[in-house]
Design a protein around this ligand. Structure first.
Ligand SMILES: [Zn+2]
Length: 351
């Protein structure tokens, strides 16, 4: 039985389109959705989830941005729900981005909250936060391999020099795909969904038929792909597999990391896959006559809003990265084709 796509919280839905923060709301027995403000970028807030276990302790999924402001917002929000910060016993982050994992380490330091993150994502974060020299050298290698004309190197390197928002983290518990986190009254199954980032996970509560989807699947926005991944992996191929995998939770209500909760996951997964496949198909067609040309040449011949010539700085970087991922996938499909471009180091720590 396929459920049609539908928002399940009107106030979250209205908040998402108005740019206001939604009010905290109970979304299931022992589960509340709260908003954690994001101080930069296009998204106004993360949806965090508060789980109250049978012992009265709290567990936060995606606790949100690390700032004094957010800590006081979190404290005040918990009070409106009748809770306190010192009840927070653990945090589980779907991935390493600062709007999700952000404040987890501070909650551990100040309140002793056990920090949980997927083992793969720990490695991804370590890779993303390696030395500046190493990041720069690798990025030069990337520009060279992409075939970027020398006149464009400076702006790309400059766009790449952004503040580091996260440090490496050693979790108290490194999660593996398939394991169950035994929170009393809230057993959560870890579902590995790499793609948005290399070690992204969703969390399935089979009793309540809830899927906490992080940024893997959002109801309206198309999440970025490959925002932090390990060398030698193929983020786009992983993302497609992760969409297929998660579609099996079609009858679950989805609690995403942004926007609003919804039902109709399979339909949403199909829409997202079609959106990206459109691009993959474009690159596949181009490969018929561009052959083993480099990423720059492919990007020049692809369709971009406003045209390729209008891209500069970080938007140019993103376009090239996107082209590379689609090209890697297309080349991995064809027998006898040049080897996959592989993956390269980046420091893309967006949401
Ligand atoms: Zn996010």
């Amino acid at each position: 039985v396929s459920v049609e796509f539908a928002p399940t919280s009107q106030q979250q839905f209205l908040a998402a389109s108005s740019g206001l923060l939604p009010k905290p709301e109970q979304v299931a027995p022992g589960v509340w959705a709260i908003a954690a403000p994001i101080p930069m970028g296009q998204l106004t807030h993360t949806l965090s989830y508060v789980l109250r276990d049978e012992l009265g302790r709290l567990h936060l999924i995606d606790p949100g941005w690390d700032s004094d402001h957010n800590l006081s917002v979190l404290a005040a929000t918990l009070i409106t729900l009748g809770f306190r910060l010192d009840q927070v016993a653990s945090t589980i982050s779907t991935h390493h981005h600062p709007d999700h994992l952000g404040i987890a380490d501070r909650l551990r330091r100040e309140y002793g909250a056990e920090l949980m993150l997927a083992a793969v994502e720990v490695d991804v974060l370590a890779h993303e936060t390696r030395s500046v020299e190493s990041l720069r050298t690798d990025y030069s290698g990337t520009l060279d391999r992409w075939g970027v004309p020398s006149a464009r190197w400076v702006e790309l390197e400059k766009s790449f020099d952004r503040p580091v928002l996260m440090g490496p983290v050693t979790p108290d518990r490194a999660l593996a795909d398939g394991e169950v986190i035994e929170i009393p009254g809230h057993p959560l199954e870890v579902v590995g969904t790499p793609g948005h980032s290399g070690g992204h996970i969703c969390l399935a509560d089979r009793d309540r038929r809830i899927l906490y989807s992080g940024d893997h699947v959002l109801p309206h926005i198309f999440s970025g792909i490959g925002i932090g991944f390990l060398p030698g992996t193929d983020p786009l191929a992983d993302y497609y597999s992760s969409l297929t995998r998660i579609a099996d939770f079609d009858e679950f209500e989805v609690m995403p990391g942004h926007e609003f909760r919804f039902t109709g996951l399979r339909k949403r997964c199909e829409t997202i896959a079609a959106h990206h496949l459109h691009r993959t198909n474009e690159v596949r067609e181009l490969s018929g006559w561009l052959g083993d040309a480099r990423v720059w040449t492919y990007a020049e011949n692809m369709t971009w809003t406003g045209g390729f010539d209008s891209l500069s700085g970080f938007s140019l970087h993103s376009a090239l990265r996107q082209s590379e991922m689609h090209l890697a996938l297309v080349r991995s499909e064809a027998p006898g084709a040049p080897p996959s471009l592989g993956s390269t180091a980046t420091r893309e720590l967006g949401s």
